[in-house]
Design a protein around this ligand. Sequence first.
Ligand SMILES: CC(C)(COP(=O)(O)OP(=O)(O)OC[C@H]1O[C@@H](n2cnc3c(N)ncnc32)[C@H](O)[C@@H]1OP(=O)(O)O)[C@@H](O)C(=O)NCCC(=O)NCCS
Length: 181
Amino acid sequence: MKYDNKTIKLKNGQSAILRAPSANDAAELIAYMKTVFGETDFLMRYPEEFEMSVEDEAKILEGLESSETSLMICCEADGKLVGNCQLSFNQRIKTAHRATIAISVLKDYWGQGIGTALFEEMIKVSKDKGVLQMELEFVEGNERAKRLYEKIGFAVVAEKPNAIRLKDGTMLKEYFMVKYL
Ligand SMILES: CC(C)(COP(=O)(O)OP(=O)(O)OC[C@H]1O[C@@H](n2cnc3c(N)ncnc32)[C@H](O)[C@@H]1OP(=O)(O)O)[C@@H](O)C(=O)NCCC(=O)NCCS
């Protein structure tokens, strides 16, 4: 899906670019995902569970460029990828009014407004596509994500008990949030 680059100002004053990734970003994106999976328990994988070859990732990114059902937007600052999000649209008639979101930002860049900026873009694109309802899930304890989502206008509509079981056996709920456009 086509996305026009946008320059944003972070809270610390530095500039960052929001852009769709291309196949050339495959190796860096794999390294980025492994890093973010290791920085938080609130994403759905441990780093060792993200096994992707550069070739396969490049094919996925190539596919995204022409996809009508999925858009990835990356945030680049200091010459590297520091954040990304993925917006997935449904194509079937009964569910085409809904879109799903996934988002992450490198820990060193938390609190700089990148999450907020990525959401603003995803909302714009969703509205343009005629989406009526945006949906996401977050894991119990992820207060930063929860506050960001509430600020953007999402509200909790359901919870799933024991959705996550960490390596140490800790069980965590997952909350389902919706924002009506
Ligand atoms: C959740 C995440 C995407 C937020 O991204 P971010 O770039 O840090 O978000 P922002 O800087 O736009 O801040 C968003 C809001 O978080 C809240 N926030 C900031 N610091 C916070 C803190 N220490 N504790 C709780 N909430 C906090 C504020 O409401 C802030 O909005 P404001 O600055 O306008 O007041 C990011 O922290 C992240 O990637 N975390 C790990 C992966 C993850 O949890 N992904 C989401 C899975 S559902």
